[in-house]
Design a protein. Structure first.
Length: 317
């Protein structure tokens, strides 16, 4: 079968399309014939070697690329219940130090990382859900918001931010302030935001407090604004960031609870997300062999939605 891997870290040219044996599922695992795999920023930093430099993964001779997958169950390992051959599914590969990722014709995952695909959606659309949807879902869980509470989402037009706005507003009854660029204000409102503040507002805390006196109950920071966004939170509120790196986690001033959301595969939560009928945004589709071009496009920025890589019908052999 075909797979996109990295032998030597670098730019998009480091991505290599190679022939490898089809993996076999072990106990508790399923093999997925991949139809579509979304291209995410974490794929680019993995390819560049930044995760090794940060100590988030160990160096290895071959690094697989890709987290998100949508496809069809091809084989079921021993002890797996609830999945059948031919079933359409989505899944998340959250183990970084592996030689195969979702940019491939086939992928083996633990059954606990897989869920039935969202009904009525194409595999291309479904592939945009797992990583970013679960990141938003798990970050919101950390905030422990109740119905009627207020939430600021920074970067609300991005993949994680957009899902966070929609999940919080439509399924958790939270009143959302969305921080977006002017061109994305209508999108944020369509996703469920009650208020919008400009991305380039000079004083974010002041702007949010003008809308929500005393400050919001919580912030979900998807772009690394850190203390700028913390200023919008009321005393003893909550703050969650999904951004890694120095300074992303602000000092917990004024009794504010500060958390960092690290994504983990969760098939049960993924099944819940698949049932939500979320807005799934696709910027473009490209064949698997154009993975390097997809990474070049990603680096250019300006995308709304994900580029999705697709395999040929029937996968590989």
């Amino acid at each position: 079968m075909r797979a996109v891997v990295v032998h030597t870290f670098g730019g998009p040219e480091a991505l290599e399309l190679v022939d490898v044996p089809v993996p076999a599922p072990g106990p508790g695992q399923v093999r997925i014939r991949v139809s579509a795999a979304a291209v995410n920023p974490v794929d680019a930093v993995t390819r560049a070697g930044a995760l090794v430099e940060a100590g988030l993964m160990a160096p290895r001779a071959v690094t697989g690329i890709g987290w998100d997958v949508a496809g069809q169950i091809d084989e079921v390992g021993a002890g797996v219940d609830g999945f059948t051959v031919g079933q359409q599914v989505i899944g998340l590969r959250d183990l970084l130090d592996r030689s195969l990722g979702s940019y491939a014709d086939y992928l083996v995952l633990d059954a606990s990382a897989v869920a039935p695909a969202p009904a009525g959606r194409s595999a291309v659309e479904a592939a945009t859900l797992p990583l970013n949807g679960l990141t938003a879902f798990q970050a919101l869980d950390l905030l422990e918001l109740a119905e009627g509470d207020t939430l600021l989402v920074t970067g609300a037009a991005g993949a994680v931010g957009g899902f966070a706005v929609e999940i919080a507003a439509r399924w958790r009854g939270v009143r959302v302030v969305a921080q977006v660029g002017d061109a994305d204000a209508d999108l944020a409102r369509a996703l469920g935001a009650q208020w919008v503040v400009p991305r380039d507002v000079p004083d974010l805390g002041e702007a949010v407090r003008a809308l929500v006196p005393g400050g919001v109950d919580a912030v979900l920071d998807t772009v690394g604004l850190s203390t700028r966004a913390l200023a919008a939170v009321r005393n003893r509120g909550s703050f969650v960031t999904v951004v890694a790196g120095a300074g992303a986690d602000p000092i917990p001033l004024r009794g504010i609870r500060v958390h960092h959301a690290w994504i983990s595969a969760d098939g049960s939560a993924l099944a819940t997300l698949a049932a939500y009928d979320l807005t799934l945004r696709v910027a473009d589709t490209l064949p698997l062999e154009q993975a390097a071009h997809a990474h070049t496009r990603l680096a250019e920025g300006g995308l709304r939605g994900r580029i999705v890589l697709t395999t040929a019908p029937g996968g590989g052999s």
